[in-house]
Design a protein around this ligand. Structure first.
Ligand code: GTP
Ligand code: MG
Length: 556
């Protein structure tokens, strides 16, 4: 029957200002009138759903109808879906926490002959060969929701069938962004982990941050989590409300960093020994931002758990806000991130590459530099903030407006096609050797220190978010921007080609930019016949030069 597995611890635009339009969150299930205003509203909603949800491993012969009937004995099922990850799993959201308690009460702790069990009932369960949920026709085909993106070659074909570059960009965004189900699963994994961390800190919360929630996440991206102890640590309390204060002693620690390391160390141990489905646990406590890394097998997520990382939460909130202000922001970020990955400018392995976070900041900076700008600068967002938005973290001013309705956008009607071409031109000719990218001011600044690529950290302003990037990685990025800018100027690239050999459409437009590059020194997936790179780059530089000279003479 139903057993606990290893239970057992093992928007719109317009020159007169207009008010920002939120496009709605791609994956919400709110009504028209109660759409979330801020990331915090959305997160609180998803978190609450997650607490009423369970994750169940299903045998291949499960009948959906019988499965639901069987579970509904414990209460109303608000939502459910299936997906595949080392077998089929179901996420089931009940109407209340009590329903989950009832379900867990009925679940047995498995008898494991070679091991002693730990009496901990997690909400990760397994349905084992239960006759009342068996399908008559075998094996049953449960409707599984995809949790990963389409392979790049399939994406290239899909894009080649579109009729304009604008449509290609929208189609890419559609194919890559997190689905509602994937977002729910991310919150559920945080909630399951919170049950483990609660052994030490009963009132803690584990929240996702980074691309899982900032609106720029791609299916399959890692799950960044943040152990939030704010509600219990008293950080937010200015003075005790009564005569009583807690006897509070942190042993063998003398700094906040040590406290964070100790907390993550014990939780890492706990996850390693008793976390159901958590494998390959690594404690990386000496990093600038200490973390516990592991794979959560039932969801397929690579997880990074951090603590005391409130600035990252603020960056997440800021990126989310920018993405909500105008739909072109997300589409351009998705496209550039996909293009960068296709050419190995970014990588899942840490190294001297440009990170997705840096790349996103570069796109935001480019959009601030449009005439008129598509998005405001961070300083403008700070000036719109009210007292309720005030936030100073470790001496860093992290204040910016959170009420989207106070933000006025300028009317800019650039198409995505135009923005994409201009992005490549912008960075193909950006003076990286002298200037730093600064989204707080929305204007490049003289570099404060030597580094091939300097992108000012928006909140910790003395830091460079792309400090890890070396000259050769920056050169590859610039060469690829030059090549892509050049390609997008060619009528050959800009014309839909129709169906090629077999039923395969010939690549054109954005799809061409995702094919392996021919730029010298850049590794491609496979060779294509094209004229020599140097000739193409030479002609690109000529055409860029002519264009810039044309612009200068029209400016003067
Ligand atoms: P993915 O590559 O899809 O995981 O993108 P991501 O935005 O989640 O990036 P990552 O997992 O590397 O980092 C998670 C979050 O931490 C980011 O969204 C930022 O909010 C923050 N972050 C990452 N790198 C930096 C950095 O160098 N400086 C600062 N201030 N924050 C960072
Ligand atoms: Mg991430």
């Amino acid at each position: 029957c139903l057993n606990t597995v290893e239970t057992v611890f093992r928007r719109s635009v317009g020159t007169e200002p207009i008010v920002a339009q939120t496009e709605g969150v791609q994956d919400n299930d709110y009504g028209e009138n109660d759409a979330p205003k801020s990331l915090y509203d959305l997160m609180a909603h998803r978190q609450e759903q997650a607490e009423r949800s369970v994750l169940i491993s299903c045998p291949s012969r499960t009948s959906e109808k019988k499965f639901l009937k069987f579970l509904s004995k414990h209460g109303d099922i608000k939502k459910h879906f299936f997906y595949e990850s080392y077998g089929v799993y179901a996420v089931v959201e009940f109407g209340s926490r009590d329903n989950v308690v009832s379900l867990l009460d009925s679940a047995a702790i498995p008898i494991v002959s070679h091991d002693s069990t730990v009496p901990f009932k997690s909400r990760l369960l397994a349905l084992r060969n239960h006759s009342s949920v068996d399908s008559a026709s075998q094996p049953s085909s449960l409707p599984c929701q995809p949790q990963t993106t389409v392979p790049i070659n399939e994406l290239i074909q899909r894009l080649s069938r579109e009729e304009s570059i604008d449509e290609q960009i929208s189609s890419l965004t559609e194919a890559y962004q997190l689905t509602e189900e994937n977002s729910r699963l991310r919150f559920l994994v945080c909630s399951l982990l919170k049950d483990i961390a609660a052994a030490y800190f009963p009132e803690c919360t584990i929240r996702p941050f980074g691309s899982s929630v900032n609106g720029f996440g791609k299916l399959g991206c890692d799950l960044d989590m943040f152990l939030d102890l704010d509600s219990i640590s008293g950080w937010n309390l200015k003075r005790p409300k009564s005569g009583l204060s807690l006897e509070y002693q942190m042993k063998r620690t003398n700094s906040e960093r040590h406290v964070t390391q100790s907390i993550l160390s014990v939780i890492g141990e706990c996850v390693d020994h008793f976390g159901p489905g958590c494998v390959g646990v690594q404690k990386i406590l000496n990093a600038r931002c200490p973390l516990v890394r592991f794979a959560h097998q039932p969801s397929g997520f690579q997880c990074d758990l951090t603590a005391n990382n409130r600035v990252a939460m603020k960056s997440t909130e800021l990126l989310y806000l920018y993405g909500e202000l105008d739909p072109r922001v997300r589409s351009l970020v998705f496209t550039i991130r996909c293009w960068a990955r296709a050419h190995s400018i970014t990588s899942s392995i840490p190294g001297a590459w440009i990170s997705n976070f840096s790349l996103t900041v570069m796109v935001l900076f480019f959009l601030q530099r449009r005439t008129p700008p598509i998005i405001p600068t961070l300083n403008q967002l700070r000036d719109l903030a009210g007292p309720e938005d005030e936030s100073v973290i470790e001496g860093n001013d992290c204040t910016f407006v959170t009420d989207f309705s106070k933000i006025e956008l300028q009317r800019n009607t650039d198409t995505l096609d135009q923005l994409l071409s201009d992005f490549f031109e912008f960075y193909a000719t950006f003076p990286f050797s002298r200037m730093s990218i600064n989204i707080r001011k929305g204007k490049e600044q003289n570099k404060p220190e030597v580094a091939p690529l300097h992108i000012q950290n928006p909140f910790e302003t003395s830091l460079n978010v792309s400090k890890n990037v070396n000259t050769s990685q920056l050169d590859r990025f610039v060469a690829l921007c030059q090549e892509s800018a050049w390609l997008l100027q060619q009528s050959e690239t800009r014309t839909p080609r129709g169906v090629g050999v077999g039923d395969t459409p010939a690549a054109w437009g954005l799809a061409t930019l995702l094919l392996p590059s021919q730029v010298a020194g850049i590794k491609g997936r496979k060779k294509r016949k094209r004229e020599p790179a140097s000739e193409r780059i030479k002609s690109l530089l000529e055409s860029l030069k002519n264009k810039n000279e044309g612009k200068k003479s029209s400016d003067s």
